[in-house]
Write a protein that binds this ligand. Structure first.
Ligand code: NAD
Length: 370
């Protein structure tokens, strides 16, 4: 199935159901079945933390394109249950010391790097050098340089690179992209988005600069930035940013507690954003000269809720990671290059903006980006 066919069948399926299912966080909504009966892609999960095991693995299980063939973990106690359930071969069970042995694992086509942000570049580059295609979680890496190195390594080894931008496969966010593309609410002039949560455990890697790369901006602020970009379909020309106050010097000794920014797009659209590890908020609002759209929750696992000046957004509530793995399965099987919207190209664009936000917040003043 081609990329376009995949997107089209996806959108068609979305249109098929008019009622959003009630959704509890521990209960997954019924999924329309993706049909594919060709050879499955063998995937290895690198890091067996929360996101890999609780979220991505069920998506792999539900998608007809994938089969878990390997795991990479530094915690031996995590091995037996997965080994038994997925009938994993010993040679496909690796750790961080013998990771280069990936090159000798023909069952593994793609690795999915679900490690702390500061480890994405190293483990993506090593996988590419072992001849494996790569999916890495967001944010793509800790810096622009790391993103460029990852792209270079994948190019040199002739493997594909994707970034886990699941919202690019999710019905509400796809609809938001369509609104922007088709000017459903006229020209969008103002966007506001806030995404924050309370990061309470002072020992978590997300509060460590080396592993997190930064604070909430790297973790969840990236969703607001990415959504503003895919709603407008353009890159910002400038940004001004400010760090918020530090209310807890223990937790926020290395990374920001919060940051807000004011961004302008080349068509004079203004985007104000806020992200925090000390405030629970998740909203996206866009105002055009003929109406508005608001989503909240907008990016987390759901149920996403959307309203517009024309009425409620009537999209299907889905299990995001199944849709992501279905979409990415078709893209990895396709002979075409990975499309920019979920590739290293997209990850690098977000990283350039994140870098400009940090620079502005640190040094003051407007950063010109275009
Ligand atoms: P987590 O802490 O639950 O898992 C991290 C894994 O990395 C663990 O298995 C841990 O053992 C392993 N690890 C290896 N070396 C480590 C080290 N030096 N320090 C800490 N852990 C180490 O984290 P997570 O929530 O699963 O996040 C993993 C990645 O997934 C992050 O990049 C995060 O941004 C991303 N993520 C994405 C989404 C999404 O919706 N796309 C959601 C959550 C997390």
């Amino acid at each position: 199935m081609s990329i376009e066919e995949n997107r089209r069948s996806f959108i068609k399926k979305m249109g098929g159901s008019a009622i959003a299912l009630p959704f509890l966080s521990n209960k997954r909504p019924a999924q329309p079945k993706e049909t594919y009966d060709g050879k499955k892609l063998g995937i290895a999960l690198v890091g067996l933390g929360y996101y890999a095991v609780e979220k991505i693995l069920p998506g792999i299980d539900e998608s007809p394109y994938w089969e878990l063939k390997g795991i990479v973990t530094g915690t031996p106690s995590k091995i037996p249950a997965l080994k038994e359930k997925y009938n994993l071969k010993d040679e496909n069970i690796l750790n961080y010391d013998n990771y280069a042995n990936l090159a000798n694992c023909p069952d593994i086509d793609v690795v999915y790097v679900c490690l702390p942000n500061g480890m994405h570049a190293e483990y993506s580059i090593k996988a590419a050098n072992a001849g494996k295609h790569v999916i890495t979680e967001k944010p793509m890496a800790n810096s622009v340089k790391e993103c460029e190195d990852m792209m270079e390594a994948c190019k040199k080894n002739n493997v594909k690179l994707a970034v886990g931008y699941r919202c690019h496969f999710e019905p509400f966010n796809l609809e938001l992209m369509r609104y922007g593309r088709e000017n459903t609410f006229g020209k969008i002039n103002y966007i506001q988005s806030m995404f924050g949560w309370t990061a309470g455990n002072p020992k978590m890697w997300r509060l460590n600069k080396e592993l997190g790369g930064g604070g909430p901006l790297m973790d969840v602020g990236i969703y607001s930035i990415n959504a503003a970009r895919y709603t407008k379909g353009m890159e910002p020309r400038s940004v001004v940013a400010h760090f918020g106050p530090v209310t807890d010097k223990t937790r926020f000794s290395e990374v920001e507690e919060s940051v807000s920014w004011h961004m302008e797009f080349p068509d004079d659209t203004v985007f104000t954003g806020f992200t925090s590890y000390n405030t629970n908020v998740e909203k996206f609002q866009a105002y055009g000269d003929k109406g508005w759209v608001e989503m909240g929750p907008a990016f987390s696992y759901g149920p996403i809720v959307g309203n517009t000046s024309k009425g409620k957004m009537d999209m299907e509530v889905v299990y995001h990671q199944t849709y992501q793995m279905n979409g990415m399965g078709a893209l990895f099987l396709s002979p075409d290059p990975m499309p920019d919207h979920c590739s290293g190209v997209e990850g690098l664009k977000d990283m350039k903006i994140i870098t400009a936000i940090y620079e502005s917040a640190r040094t003051g003043g407007k950063k010109i980006m275009l």
